[in-house]
Design a protein around this ligand. Structure first.
Ligand code: OGA
Ligand code: MN
Length: 225
């Protein structure tokens, strides 16, 4: 069963899905122990709908760009099929402001409790058309590629899809060990956090347009290698 088809039934002891009444301590403990956490109902339906509408509008007015892959950032349909739009933290839009205030609180919490030294977040809306995928990858590139990307410490994905059903597919497949993966449905309002350096992941094809808001909490310094 894909994780998230019915969160209330999911085995909490496995720490894969957290009940909507999740609190800060659970987020911190789960990240510290497992390196990832799934939080449902992270934002209200009205904010999620407003963010989804921004994504749909930017897509239909062709203000989105095909996402690039690797150093030369050229679009490769076979590797990555989404179109993206980078969000501006200074946007006057209420829903965008609400999103940034929530994720900055989360950033402060991670810094206080886990001393992560996260200084900023960069974030983009993404639209995957029917059948589009993002093949298995890490959000940090290898050291020989672009060192600055290694300032990405935590990946965060907020899903913006209303009434998403398991048969729509489009799961985030997160590889949690050498032999295990979990499939996380892109349910509206669901936030997934994971350590960018540690988790390979991929996006499976969906039978519906799939909307998300993907961000990375970053540290300021370049890593020394
Ligand atoms: C990404 C990514 C996963 C998702 O944008 O790097 O892996 O579920 N997205 O949208
Ligand atoms: Mn990714």
């Amino acid at each position: 069963m894909p994780v998230g088809a019915n969160p209330a039934c999911y085995n909490f002891a496995m720490q894969t899905i957290i009940h909507p009444t999740i609190n800060d301590d659970m987020v911190i403990t789960t990240i510290a122990e497992n390196g990832y956490v799934v939080i449902d109902h992270y934002l209200s339906t009205s904010v999620v709908t407003a963010l989804a509408n921004i994504a749909k509008t930017r897509f239909s007015t062709q203000e989105m760009t095909r996402a690039g892959v690797g150093k030369n950032a050229q679009a490769h349909d076979s590797i990555r099929g989404d179109s993206i739009y980078w969000l501006d933290e200074n946007s006057a839009d209420d829903a965008v402001q609400h999103y940034f205030s929530k994720v900055h609180s989360l950033r402060a919490l991670l810094n206080q409790q886990l001393f992560m030294g996260l200084t900023s977040i960069e974030t983009h809306l993404a639209v995957y058309t029917v059948g589009a995928t993002y093949q298995k990858h890490l959000d940090q590139f290898s050291l020989t590629q672009a060192n600055q990307l290694n300032t990405r410490k935590i990946s965060t994905i907020l899903y913006l899809n209303e009434n998403w059903l398991p048969e729509h597919g489009g799961e985030l497949r997160l590889y949690i060990s050498e032999t295990e993966s979990v499939d996380i449905l892109p349910l509206g309002g669901r936030l997934v956090l994971f350590l960018s350096a540690d988790f390979w992941h991929e996006v499976l094809p969906a039978s519906r347009e799939r909307l998300s808001l993907t961000g990375w909490f970053r540290t300021r310094e370049l890593q020394s290698f």
